[in-house]
Design a protein around this ligand. Structure first.
Ligand SMILES: *[C@@H]1O[C@H](CO)[C@@H](O)[C@H](O)[C@H]1NC(C)=O
Ligand SMILES: *[C@@H]1O[C@H](CO)[C@@H](O)[C@H](O)[C@H]1NC(C)=O
Ligand SMILES: [Fe+2]
Length: 670
């Protein structure tokens, strides 16, 4: 008799346990055990339980390759979903194998769990392992289907509501409370409900704070204090929630005829535009993507959008300040160029228009498309193409946690038809799909890869660009972790090239997710390990750090509505000298629209429940020694970075802490 000792570990949260009857079969390289019912005195499979059993076999099974879990009805009880963390098997001669699952098992089913060792399919791989992988993928392709989201945008998961999702993607399975994803149903939403019928203009900007009593943050308080200052306006291009818009400008664009005289008052007598262009101190934020986008109707009033260009200067004091703003793309008499020397309200209004454009591009392109939708594409493709025994699946799955769930809720409550966005944003009710589709046509691989993005935008040398500085450190840390993992499992470029599952994965992302956009430069296959390393770094960075950078600061910068107006009720000014405080109040969103938009950013800035900071992997998908060492090294690097961010934080009035690794989530889950 050969006796195998088994441990079965159930997840340690409340509803993880099961009443169903569980049996297992051990499948080894030399044979299979018979079906063995796991049953002992007292209750099995309670939350957090480590249940021990032994399974005997007449023959030596060899290396245990799979554990087959059979979940069946117990007496007359209905099926009871079970969260199995992992199973271990100790063989008679002492070899010990671990079978990580960390998944919900729903219904009366059979699940084959492969040994934890990461395996690439090569010629030498056992047919048993191959067979397991093929049937796992076949099943997952049924549950993880693609569906068109909006014409020209990346597709989404083929599920209409969170409960249609596979249980492993459902947050509510983990927590008792259902999290409703609509701004007005949040706590702040309740507070503002009293304003929901007030479609008046604000009488005084200071009333916004008095009426919307929401506890502020240090940064949001500073925003309401500093919002009119040019240096603060400039600061946000570097360290606000949309830190990807500013580009180096070597030549003034033809459609933005800024003359030397326009800027000389700002620059002072010691320099001029030409010199500053040559010295690479001139930058541009161009919102061309908003040109021609149809606008919303809110409270029965048409709303307006601009498509501004804003010229910026890095001053000798190392501040980025605006030099000139043109609100539309075609120059002309009706499209004046505003400058800091204009009457106060003219200039303030011009900057507000830029902030309004910034808000739209940030929400739709930087946040929705570049983080949420791409993260969803990575999630779907990873489940469809990589089996759980694949090392790259093990690497990525923690970074894809709850992304489908949050995106479905967001499509429903926040940004889809009839959602919050339709009620408060200029691009609601029809603009969003058009902006998304335009953004896809100009998508580039370099925009997804921070080091390339910094270089292609020409912003390597801008001072106090904390998003860039912290982001680059995190990118490097992720990259060296990924490189360790890749080099450990792939001995050569050839092994990358010849991994059919990996190649199918990248090809599917390219074809489905990135719509086969050849001009984007996004890879559709990998020829080398370094291509793979870069790509995986991009995936993890996008789902974690990039999402944090563009998500976490929203309340800080937008809760003071005049700094982030979600819509405008009057068209962009066509002459200078017309703006007044009164006309600004009439242009900014009405009271009830402000209230919803503030509740929205409040909701999006709440911390995710059940947090898992970047680099923490409580689920041990990797079971070998080396990957665990790589994880530890990664965590040490991140802790270093966190220390530096915190130290800098102390000396700054405006804190840039969005990329402190301690507060970055592993995945897009809010
Ligand atoms: C604002 O209030 C008006 C009623 O005065 C209402 O018709 C409208 O739906 C409200 N708008 C929003 C966005 O709540
Ligand atoms: C930054 O500093 C402030 C206090 O100055 C503190 O409240 C905040 O938690 C710090 N943030 C981080 C990420 O260290
Ligand atoms: Fe988000």
């Amino acid at each position: 008799m050969f006796v195998y000792k088994i441990q079965v570990v159930t997840g340690h949260f409340k509803c993880a346990r099961t009443l169903d009857s569980i049996s297992i079969i051990l499948i080894g390289s030399c044979g299979e055990s018979t079906k063995h019912k796991l049953d002992k005195w007292g209750k099995d499979f309670l939350p957090g339980a480590v249940d021990e059993y032994s399974v005997s076999s007449k023959e030596d099974l060899g290396e245990i390759l799979l554990v087959r879990i059979i979940k069946e009805q117990y007496l007359f009880f209905p099926t009871d979903t079970w969260f199995c963390s992992y199973i271990t098997v100790t063989c008679p001669k002492g070899e010990h194998y671990r079978f990580p699952l960390y998944k919900w098992i729903e219904g009366f089913v059979t699940v084959d769990v492969p040994q934890g060792k990461g395996i690439i399919v090569t010629d030498g791989v056992s047919p048993i392992v191959r067979q397991q992988r093929e049937s796992e993928l076949e099943k997952k392709r049924e549950t993880y289907g693609w569906k068109t989201y909006m014409e020209g945008a990346p597709p989404c998961i083929n599920a209409d509501s969170p409960t249609d999702l596979p249980p492993n993607e459902q947050f509510s399975f983990m927590k008792d409370s259902r999290f409703s994803f609509s701004a007005v149903s949040g706590t702040v939403g309740q507070k503002i409900l009293g304003l929901s019928n007030c479609k008046e203009s604000w009488k005084d900007l200071n009333d916004i704070k008095k009426v919307l009593v929401i506890e502020g943050t240090e940064n949001s308080d500073l925003t309401s204090e500093l919002w009119k200052e040019d240096t603060f306006f400039g600061y946000q291009f570097l360290n606000g929630p949309n830190p990807v818009m500013i580009k180096g400008c070597l030549r003034i664009p033809d459609n933005f005829p800024v003359a030397d005289v326009t800027v000389s008052a700002t620059m002072g007598p010691s320099t001029n535009l030409q010199t500053e262009l040559q010295n690479r101190n001139i930058f541009l934020a161009d919102y061309k993507i908003l040109e021609g986008i149809p606008t919303n109707v809110i409270n029965d009033e048409p709303q307006y959008l601009a498509a501004p260009m804003c010229l910026l200067w890095k001053s000798p004091q190392n501040k980025v300040v605006p030099l000139a703003i043109q609100l539309n793309q075609t120059p002309g008499e009706e499209n004046p160029i505003f400058m800091p020397t204009d009457p106060k309200w003219d200039w303030t209004l011009a900057k507000m228009w830029v902030r309004n454009s910034e808000y739209q591009v940030h929400q739709i392109v930087t946040r929705l498309l570049y983080t949420h939708l791409f993260a969803e594409v990575f999630t779907i493709a990873t489940n469809r193409q990589l089996p759980m025994g694949h090392p790259i699946y093990k690497l990525l799955v923690p970074h894809l946690r709850f992304t489908l769930w949050i995106n479905i809720l967001a499509r429903d409550g926040l940004i889809g038809p009839g959602s919050d966005f339709d009620q408060f944003a200029a691009t609601g009710k029809g603009g969003v799909p058009l902006v998304l589709a335009k953004a896809m046509t100009i998508l580039t691989y370099s925009a997804l890869c921070l080091p390339d993005d910094i270089e292609s935008r020409g912003v390597e040398f801008l001072p106090n660009y904390f998003y860039r500085d912290d982001g680059m450190k995190i990118w490097q840390a992720v990259k060296s972790f990924v490189a360790n993992i890749v080099r450990y499992y792939y001995p050569s470029d050839e092994s990358v090239y010849k991994d059919p599952e990996l190649q199918a994965w990248v090809a599917e992302i390219y074809k489905e997710g990135f719509l086969s956009l050849q001009s984007s430069g996004i890879p559709s296959s990998f020829a080398t390990r370094s291509e793979l390393i870069k790509y995986l770094t991009m995936v993890i960075f996008t789902c974690s750090a990039q999402h944090a950078a563009v998500n976490s600061g929203q309340f800080d910068f937008y809760s003071w509505m005049p700094n982030g107006p979600s819509t405008m009720r009057k068209p962009p000014p066509t002459t200078r000298g017309t703006a007044t405080y009164q006309s600004i109040l009439e242009t900014l969103p009405a009271v009830n629209v402000t209230a919803i938009s503030v509740a929205y950013v409040h909701l999006l800035s709440t911390e995710a429940m059940d947090r898992r900071p970047l680099g923490t992997y409580p689920d041990e998908h990797f079971t070998e020694e080396m990957p665990k060492i790589f994880i530890k090294e990664f965590q040490e690097k991140l802790a270093e970075i966190s220390k530096v961010v915190k130290e800098r934080n102390q000396s700054k009035r405006l804190k840039y802490h969005y990329l402190d690794p301690e507060v970055i989530e592993n995945s897009v889950s809010i």
